[in-house]
Ligand binder design. Sequence first.
Ligand SMILES: [Zn+2]
Length: 409
Amino acid sequence: MADVRVGPRGLAVLILACGIGTRLCGAGDSGPPPRAYPSIPRDYLLEAPNPPDFWVSTVDGVAGFLRERVRTGKVEVIGASAGGRPIRAVIYGHAREGKGTTTFSGAIGAGAMRAYFGPDFDKRVYLAMASVHGGEFEGIVGLVNLLSVLETGKDLRGRPWPEIVAAAGQIDRLIVIPIVNVDGRARVPLRIEAFRGTDGTIAQYMNTGGWPDGRLIGWPECKVFIPLDMSRTQFPGGYPNDNGINIMHDDFLGARQPETQALLELAARERPDLILNLHTGAGWENYYTRMLRPVAEDVLTPAFNGLYRAVQTGLALAGLQASGDPAVEADPARAPRNVFNLDTALDFHCGALSVVVESPSHGYAGKNPQGGEVRQSADRLLDAQLVVQQEAMKYLVNAGGRARWAGGK
Ligand SMILES: [Zn+2]
């Protein structure tokens, strides 16, 4: 079954509608991927055989899941993409009530963070979002399964996550956005990529796109072209929205994209303490899930170090790092440094500690520090996604929120 949508550029964008109901994204319930971009090499459109049922990764698969499986959470459309597609969040719990008396900048200037957060400064507000880059599926699968845990106590494999349930019970407000860049995700016509050994070329093509002669636009060169003139590509990839903008690197203080605006408005309303921004782009040489150190306020450094230690320790102890030794895997001095981007903008907008988590890809293998090949199965990738959520939520519960981390009175 396929859903046909006519995009703003007149291209028929076909989205695989996964079987809704008992099977959300099983194999064999639809034909070959659609050809909205007919010059994509045919081989690039191969999918892995028999995607697992827990692998819910498409725009329509996620929409179906939200419609049919979310009962406790409230599904809210927080905005529309450049291409006019709804951006959906699922929200649990009670928001901070009342307003502060000043702006975030004013609160920093006064050394009085509570003046920004208002009477509910001590509440804990957690936001997780995925697919800011539309070709990166692991975070989507992770957040759909997180929603399953929040709704039923179990992920879509039937595995219980009691520590997530317990932590969620102590977080006042929980917001989950499975797909931020809905345009980019709708553009990539795959549910799950075929496994390509150690060759990440096709995964990169799906993300950063290709020039008319088939050459990869590539990373980080894709960042030289924002906006990307999509009419001058063979395939624009899943990075940009339908205006050609990679919203990780939007014009944050100028003319913002609707996706960025929706996030900033949500952040201003909810005043989250912690934001997890889930990507697929783990380092080739140490091919395991890793959190990046954001460009953020200096005062958030201890909170980031604590969060990094908690998350990377959880991953190491679960056997999801190169070694099982937290002293090695969870040393914050090893956290790769990010650049000024969406997470920085969110921090300076609402005070949240906003961090990128980079997952390995299901589509290709990388290396461990000893040079051995590391292939990550769909199961292990989902385990890592949920361990990250579990440990980050526990960290927020134990360490308190932004008003406690810094800011004086
Ligand atoms: Zn990314």
